[in-house]
Structure formats: C-alpha cells, structure tokens
Write a protein that binds this ligand. Structure first.
Ligand code: NDP
Length: 238
C-alpha cells in the first residue's frame, strides 16, 4: 500500500455506472471511499451520503458528514451527470439549463466545497468526468457537450489558481461506456457509433476507473490541467 493511503475519497454519483466503478477501484486501493447518491436506497457497499449537486446546502451537509467520519476530502471525483438530448431547434431552454446546472455548476459546487479542506491540508486531487462529446460535439447534445467542454476550462483555471498549493485538477473524457446512460440508445445507433470508434467497441466502467485512480496516485503528481481521453480513439485530434 502506498505511503499516503488511506486517503478520503469522494465520488459524486457513486451509486451506479462509472461512479460506482471508480469508487470500487479506490476502495480496492485501500482508501476511505465516500459516495453521494441522489435517489433510491442508500448503497451499503460504501459510506454513502444523500446529496443533489444542484443544491449547495445538500452538498455542504454531505461534506460535513464525510468530514466527521473520515476528515477532509483529499481526492474528489466530480462524476454526477445527466443527459437531456434533443436537436437544437427543439431543445427547451430548461433542457439546456438543467444539464448545465447538474454537469457544470454541480461540479463547481462540489469542487469549491472540497477546496476548503484541501487548502488546509496543502494537498488535493480533483478529477472531473467530462466526455468525448465535450470537444468532439454530438448532434442533439448542444446542452451536454457545452457542459462537458466547460469542465476543461474549469480544471485549467483551478490548476492556475491552486497548482502551487499541491492541488491538481484533471479531466477524464470517456468515450462510449456500457452504463445505463448508453443502454437507452437504440441498438442500431449503438452499432453505428461502434463503427466510428477505432477500437470497435464501447468500454467498461472499470476502464475509466483505472485512469482516475492513477491520476489520483503519487505517480501522476505532476499532471494538472490535462484532458485524458479514454475513448478507444474516437475523439483523436482534440
Ligand atoms: P449514469 O446515468 O449511469 O449515472 C449518473 C450518476 O449521476 C447517478 O449516480 C446519478 O444519481 C448521478 N446524478 C445525476 N444527477 C445528479 C444530481 N443532480 N445530483 C447528484 N447526483 C446526480 O451515468 P454514467 O455512469 O454513464 O456517467 C457518469 C459520468 O460519466 C457522467 O458525468 C456522464 O456524463 C459521464 N460520461 C458517461 C459516458 C457513458 O458512455 N456512459 C460517456 C462519457 C461521459 P441517481 O442514481 O440518483 O440518478
């Protein structure tokens, strides 16, 4: 086990999909892992706190519970996200603002709250889960791709503000991953996407988790403001 283990890890939206795989990988690496869940029953495999990233008060309450149990969050994975796909001409303004509020402002809320403790500790790792679509674009995803592209500017500004305080902020940009988010795509759409992915397949959530845990490790201490694609080559040229 590395010297600085266990650390306190928070993964938002860690009850399912990519977030759950990330939380599991950190747990296997020996860390104290906390997750947020928004709906349903409290998961029992992690220290789980109910929180909605659209609500600062609920985030603050979640952090207080986590800090009381494990101390300040040292590794934060801003993973919670939604899609509300619709062609531009038919997209309602609320479809746009809801996605921004969850994916972008939600990340801002959880990161801002985490940096309090990280500044005191003089160390921290922030990992934002973006998407290949952030820089590649996607029809019907003006809202989603805008929210995910903005995470790059966010991570880079955080790096410029807090880089000297031993805090890194990086973006992981997954391609198509087998979760409930992609399961809703019709089979013919999935097949069409697979044809355009050089790897010829969707990935498993664990393939994202491996990269995220590495970014939080000592080995990645000098990486900040980076965008790491995990997309089977789909977005090459970013
Ligand atoms: P899922 O839809 O499987 O899970 C999304 C998670 O986010 C759930 O835990 C959900 O909670 C949580 N969440 C949504 N809204 C909120 C909110 N307002 N407050 C708190 N939690 C919330 O998605 P994935 O696992 O597929 O995606 C995880 C991340 O990866 C997202 O940011 C997504 O955009 C990104 N991504 C996914 C890709 C894919 O192919 N699957 C590709 C590229 C990026 P609840 O269970 O309560 O709904």
């Amino acid at each position: 086990m590395p010297e600085n283990t266990p650390q306190t890890v928070l993964v938002t939206g860690g009850n399912r999909g990519i977030g759950h795989a990330i939380a599991t990988a950190f747990k296997e690496a020996g860390h104290n892992v906390c997750i947020t869940y928004r709906s349903g029953e409290a998961p029992t495999d992690f220290f789980a706190v109910k929180a909605d990233v659209r609500d600062s008060a609920s985030i603050d309450a979640a952090y207080k519970e986590i800090e009381a149990k494990f101390g300040p969050v040292e590794i934060l994975v801003a993973n919670a996200g939604i899609t509300k796909d619709m062609l531009l001409m038919r997209m309602k303004e609320t479809d746009f603002t809801d996605v921004i509020d969850t994916n972008l402002t939600g990340a801002f809320r959880v990161i801002q709250r985490a940096t309090k403790g990280m500044l005191k500790l003089k160390r921290g790792r922030i990992i934002l889960i973006s998407s290949v679509v952030g820089l590649y674009g996607g029809p019907g995803q003006v809202n989603y791709s805008s929210s995910k592209a903005a995470l790059v500017g966010m991570a880079r500004s955080i790096t410029r503000e807090l880089g000297a305080r031993n805090i890194t902020a990086n973006v992981v940009a997954p391609g198509f991953i087998n979760t409930e988010m992609t399961a809703v795509l019709p089979e013919e759409t999935q097949a069409k996407y697979k044809e355009s992915i050089p790897a010829g397949r969707f990935a498993e959530p664990e393939e994202i988790a491996n990269v995220v845990t590495w970014l939080a490790s000592d080995q990645a201490a000098y990486i900040s403001g980076a965008v790491i694609p995990v997309d089977g080559g789909l977005g090459m040229g970013h």
